[in-house]
Design a protein around this ligand. Structure first.
Ligand code: MAN
Length: 538
């Protein structure tokens, strides 16, 4: 109670214009502490009323602690230091007379236990300088921001105009494309018809040649089998051919030979060609002349179908019983003598002889060139096709540009397009372990300094600042998945600065990154809560 009496009159006066108020009361709350208020004090939350003498009596009466602004009696009390020369400061009332100077004017320590030096003038000066520095930075930033906004608006206008132009161009390009497509189809129809005709004629020719070859092979086989030249192939002529050994007992019985002859004792050429040859051609092998075996020549190894691997022209030369090479033309039979004569005339051709059959067969199997009329149609269709391809590519290229312009137009570059200067620009920041990269409005990544591949931290997502400060942060999302964790993402915090610069990159929680980015575009003229000294008040 003695303390209470002592403290009752502890009013301080700030200026002649301000209302005198008890110790520790903020200027804004002074009206609650009017001494002429019929001698009562109403707690600021309005819950209770006490005699005015209860204010600062070092006993906590109000639930909101408002009766003890200048003592540490209320656990939730707040003490305001005026800090003349600097800025007022609110500290928890528990710090009053705790032996630590919290206020620069020392008013929180009035018990006499500690003497606080008033540092408000000095701090005020420093703070003023800092505020001025920041204000200058803001001013310069705002100037640059205006320039950026102008550039951004101009750029958007240009892109808009280009987009409109492209939309018009697209219509004519599309009309041209359609016209050329029709022309292409018109040119391709007769081309197809002529090509199909050519192909059909070639297919027929191939079928004819194949049938001729087949007949020639059958006839040659008949002559070889008809060893007594009686114009019949009979059972006895068949039994000497080991390949007709059906039961593989090493001997061709007459029954086996007969079975191959479709149960006839003998067949003439026509029957052989039409009925017997189709069934035996796969197994038939001309006899190897006895002389060559007697000479001790090794029999050539049999291939998978049991046929000898003797080169074709050796067969032709050395084996009287072997098949001649397939004629190029039925009327142009292979003529050994004529071939030799030609070889004598032209020694150089010798080198090519080994390839004779291959080349002949290749030529034989190759479709002849198109006739002149068809070639004219192909050339015309090629011209029409190429013209269409060019027109089609033109439309596609316009579409690509339109789509890229539309994506640009859909991006939110701030209220005045000021952020558009950052588009297509990349910024890097390197810490001890990684180089972080931010390509604005595009993507963010991380690359180990020690080498190794880049990890995507996300692609452009959205502006993610609070409702009243939407352009203060950006979100890049859906980056590379974190093992046993989320997809990587980055929140980029924008602050006012003299240049566009990525100033920090960190990982507040695993695979969730944060970048600090300074830019003139974030200068607003207001000192942000992050600026020095602006968060003194608790
Ligand atoms: C990599 C980096 C780190 C991340 C881990 C998670 O090492 O992307 O930033 O924390 O993967 O496993």
């Amino acid at each position: 109670m003695i303390m209470k009496a002592l403290l009752i009159n502890c009013f301080i006066v700030i200026t002649s214009a301000t209302i005198p108020r008890p110790r520790g009361v903020a200027d804004s709350n002074a009206s609650h502490y009017q001494p002429n208020n019929e001698g009562v004090f109403v707690c600021i939350d309005g819950s209770q009323t006490f005699p005015y003498s209860y204010v600062n009596d070092d006993y906590c009466d109000c639930a909101d602690g408002s009766d003890e602004p200048g003592t540490s009696a209320c656990p939730n009390g707040k003490f305001t230091c005026t800090n003349a020369g600097h800025r007022p400061l609110i500290v928890p009332a528990s710090r009053v007379n705790d032996g630590v100077c919290d206020c620069c004017d020392g008013t929180d320590e009035y018990s006499g236990n500690i003497a606080c030096v008033n540092t408000c003038q000095e701090l005020g000066k420093k703070h003023k300088e800092e505020v001025e520095r920041i204000m200058k930075l803001q001013e310069e930033g705002i100037k640059k921001k205006k320039e950026f906004a102008e550039t951004g608006k101009k750029m958007k206008e240009e892109k808009k105009a280009r987009l409109e132009q492209l939309q018009t161009d697209r219509e004519s390009a599309e009309a041209e494309r359609q016209e050329l497509e029709t022309k292409k189809e018109e040119a391709e129809a007769p081309e197809k018809e002529a090509k199909d005709k050519h192909q059909q004629a070639w297919d027929e020719e191939k079928a004819r040649r194949s049938a001729e070859k087949e007949a020639a092979a059958a006839s040659t086989a008949f002559q070889e089998l008809d060893s007594n030249n009686d114009n019949f192939v009979d059972v006895l002529e068949m039994v000497i051919h080991n390949e007709f050994d059906i039961d593989s007992n090493g001997v061709v019985s007459e029954e086996e030979a007969k079975e191959h002859l479709e149960e006839a004792d003998k067949v003439d050429m026509d029957t052989f060609v039409s009925k017997i040859w189709p069934n035996v051609k796969q197994i038939y092998k001309p006899l190897v002349p006895e002389e060559s075996q007697a000479d001790g020549e090794a029999s050539p190894p049999a291939d998978s179908q049991g046929e000898t691997a003797t080169p074709p022209d050796e067969e032709a030369k050395d084996s009287p019983n072997s098949l001649p090479p397939p004629p190029l033309d039925p009327e142009d039979e292979y003529d050994e003598e004529e071939e030799e004569e030609e070889d004598e005339e032209d020694e150089d051709d010798m080198d090519d002889r080994d390839d004779y059959h291959d080349t002949a067969e290749d030529t034989e199997d190759k479709m002849p060139d198109y006739d002149e009329e068809t070639q004219v149609l192909i050339e015309a269709a090629d011209i029409a096709r190429n013209a269409f391809i060019a027109a089609d590519e033109k439309v596609k290229s316009i579409d690509r540009e339109i789509s890229s312009l539309q994506s640009y137009m859909n991006l939110d570059f701030g209220n005045d397009e000021e952020f558009s200067v950052l588009k297509d620009q990349c910024f890097e920041y390197t810490d001890r372990e990684y180089t972080y990269k931010l390509c604005a409005f595009d993507r963010a990544s991380q690359r180990p300094k020690s080498g190794g591949s880049e990890t995507s931290l996300g692609t452009w997502g959205k502006w993610s600042g609070p409702e009243n400060d939407r352009y203060s942060s950006q979100l890049y999302e859906r980056g590379q998945n974190c093992w046993n964790g989320p997809d990587r993402s980055v929140k980029v915090h924008f602050k006012c600065g003299p240049e566009n610069q990525l100033t920090n990159a960190y990982e507040p929680s695993r695979c969730e990154y944060a970048f600090d980015f300074i830019s003139p575009v974030s200068c607003s003229g207001k000192i942000s809560p992050m600026d020095p000294h602006s968060h003194d008040e608790l």
